[in-house]
Design a protein around this ligand. Sequence first.
Ligand code: O2Y
Ligand code: MN
Length: 607
Amino acid sequence: MTNSDGATIPTTRTDLVEWVAQIAALARPDTIHWVTGSAEERQMLIDVMLEAGTIEQLNPELRPDSYVARSNESDVARVESRTFICSENERDAGPTNNWADPNEMRSTLRGLFTESMRGRTMYVIPFLMGPAGSPVTRAGVEITDSPYVVMSMGTMTRMGRHALDVIESGADWVKAVHSVGAPLAEGAKDVAWPCNSVKYITHFPETREIWSFGSAYGGNALLGKKAFALRIASVMARDEGWLAEHMMLIKVTSPEGHVKHIAAAFPSACGKTNFAMLQPTIPGWTVETIGDDIVWMWVDDDGRLRGINPETGFFGVAPGTSDQSNPVAMQTMVGNTVFTNVAVTDDNDVWWEGMTKEKPAHLIDWHGKDWTPESENPAAHPNSRFTVSIAQCPTASPDWNNPDGVTIDAIIFGGRRRTTMPLVVESRNWQHGVYLGATMASERTAAGEGTVGELTRDPFAMAPFTGYHVGDHWAHWLSIGERLAAGGHAPHIFHVNWFRRGDDGRFLWPGFGDNIRVVDWIVKRLGGEVGANPSPIGNLPLRDDLNVDGLSFHGDDLTELLTVDPAVISGDALSAQSVLEVAGKRAPRALWDENAETLRLCATRLS
Ligand code: O2Y
Ligand code: MN
C-alpha cells in the first residue's frame, strides 16, 4: 500500500495496515494519507481547507497563522443523545449511558460507512494520549475524512510519526474511525463544512473501538478527547487500576515556595478553564497550568497518586473569555489558533460575546452574515471554540509534557450552587470525598440545555463521559482510595462553590483570581497549618484562616460563605439519594453510609 504522496506506508504493523485497508475497502476514499505531523503537512491541510472554504485566514498582523471555521448550523456541539456505549452486556453501560447492542450497531455502522468517503481523502492519524514513556500513556489511530479534524488532532494530541514509532515498537492502539458522512459525487462541488444529519458517536469498550459518523464538531469528531481519553480510557483505567477523569490540573506554589498539585472536576459552565489559568490576586502565589479538561492518574510505586494531562491543547469555549475573566487564555490564543463559530470583526480578527464591554458596531457572525448590536441573535455561537496548543500558554508548567506526571496533593469537586454549599469544605476522608464527588451538583445556566437554575447531579462531572456503569465508577474510586490509604499518602478531597448568592441575587464571592484564597486555605490544610470547623458535610475554614486581605464583604456575606445550615444540608442529602438510587444495586454501600452519616450529623445539630 502507498501513501497519497506515493511513499511506502511507514509501518510494519500488519494489524494496522490490514485495518486501514479494511476501512478503505468499506468507505472507498479516493486517496489515503498517512499523517506524519510535519509542518509541510499542516500547510497542505490549511491550503486544502482554504480552497474548500472550511477555514478563512484571520488578519496575520493581528493574529498570525490563525483561522476561523464556520460549521454547518446543525453541527455545533457534542450530541449526547447520539452517543452510545455498545458494551456486550447492557448492564455494563449502566443507567446513565445510551446503550446499543454491539452487533446491531456494527451492522448500522457498516451501512453508514459504506462508500461514505467517496471523493475524499482518508487520513490515517497515529496519535498518543500522554507523553511517550508515561505508565498511562496510550496510543490510538484515528481514521477520518475531515482535514479540519486532522489539523485539530495535531493541536490536541501528539500526532504523527512519533506516535507511529511508539505503535511500531509494539504498543497496543485504540481504533477510532470517523467520517463526516458526506461522500462527494464525481465532479461535485464540496460544501465548506460537510456533515450528515444522521449522527452516531459509538464506543465499543471491550474491543477498545470508537466509530463516529456525521459530525465534524469537537468532541464528536476529535476522537482522542472525550471518546478515547474519557469513555474508552475510563474502561481501560477500571480494568488496569488507574483513573481517567474529567479534570483540570494545576501546579501551585505558595509565597514560601511550597509546591502542590491540584486536580479539579467541575460540570460545564463552572469556569474549569479559568481555574486552570488562574491569575492569583494574593502576592507571592503562582499557578501553573498542566491541563484544563482531562487528567489520567495512577498510584505510583510509593503509593502516591500521580497524574498527567493526556492532551496537548485547549479546545476552549470562546464566549465569556476576556482579558478580565481569563487573561491567560487571551494571551495563549494570540496566534497559531483555529477558532470555530466565532464572529469576525471588520479588521478580520475574532470577537465573541463577553470579550469586550462594548460590542463592535459591525461583525460577520458565525453564520457568515452581517451583524450589528441591534441583531437579535449572538454574533458568536454560545459553544464557539478556540483550539490552541498548551505550549503557547504563558502559565504552562513544563510538567505538562513530563512522562512521570506530577504528584496529586488535593482533589477538588465543585458546582454552581446559589445556596446550600459553602465556599469550600474538606471531606472527612477519602470515602466521604468520593461521596461528595458522586453527589456533586450544579445549577443549569442559560448556555446549556434545560431549565435555567434547575439542579443537575453530575457525578464526578463524568455523566456523559464514563464508559461504564456509574456505580462501578464510584466503586473504582473507593478501591483506588484503599490502595492510597495503604501507602498513607491519599490526596485530601475538597468541594468548592464559587457561585453562592445573597438574597438579592448578588454573588457573595468575587471568584476568578481571588479563588487563590481558597487554594491558600487548601494548601494550609494539607500542611496541617490550620484547624477547621467540623460540619455535617465536612471541615469548614475557621473565619480567620481564610485570607481575605483587601476584600470587602457586605454584612454577613463572609460568614454565610463559611457556614452551612444543617436543615438545608439535610434536604440536599435527601435529594442526593436520587443519584445513588439511579446507580441501583451497583451504588457502593459505603456511599449510602456517607449519606446516612450526613443526615445523622444534621439531625444531631438540629436536635
Ligand atoms: O461541544 C463540543 O464538542 C465540545 S465539548 C468540550 C470541549 C472541551 C472541553 N470540554 C468539553 C465538555 O463538554 O466537557
Ligand atoms: Mn470537558
